[in-house]
Design a protein around this ligand. Structure first.
Ligand code: ADP
Ligand code: MG
Length: 142
């Protein structure tokens, strides 16, 4: 599936719609450059899950957990991870193989521990189409 958005609100809305359809054990990998809209998408997704508290990039913690929605949400931002062993320390397996939903920003940094069944969301800019344009490609798990 490919969606084009022309404003932050549209990307938020796409996240929200996907959050409404999220299922237990779902893992979404969000790739795209800094400022692409991964966190904005995550914020919409959280809203779709029924989470009202503010969702931001988990800057110093790598993982932020939200329990107030329809399903537990595990929001990872592994941008600053040094080594995958840090994921063990966090206890990522309980999140990846549990009943909640994982959102992972910068998934390529932990490629070796990603399960096979993931949904990939790729957000790309195209400055020729304007600064607020994003092409969002969603490849659901097979
Ligand atoms: P990331 O987490 O990928 O680094 P953020 O979600 O934190 O990115 O930031 C995305 C920035 O791009 C926000 O400032 C947002 O307002 C801006 N923006 C502009 N147009 C869009 C769009 N169509 N979709 C998403 N973000 C957009
Ligand atoms: Mg971010």
């Amino acid at each position: 599936m490919m969606v084009e958005t022309y404003s932050p609100e549209e990307t938020f809305h796409l996240g929200e719609e996907m959050g409404k359809k999220a299922f237990p054990g779902m893992i979404l990998c969000l790739s795209g450059d800094l400022g692409a809209g991964k966190t904005l998408f995550s914020q919409g997704f959280a809203k779709g899950l029924g989470i009202d508290e503010p969702v931001n990039s988990p800057t110093f913690t790598i993982l932020q957990q939200y329990d107030e929605g329809r399903l537990p949400l595990y929001h990872f931002d592994v941008y600053r991870i040094g080594d995958v062993s840090e994921m063990d320390e966090i206890g990522y397996e309980d999140c990846f193989y549990g009943e909640g939903v994982c959102l992972i920003e910068w998934p390529q940094r932990i490629r070796e521990i990603l399960p096979e069944k993931i949904t990939e969301v790729k957000i790309e800019k195209d400055l020729e189409k304007g600064t607020d344009y994003r092409r969002i490609t969603v490849e659901a798990e097979r």
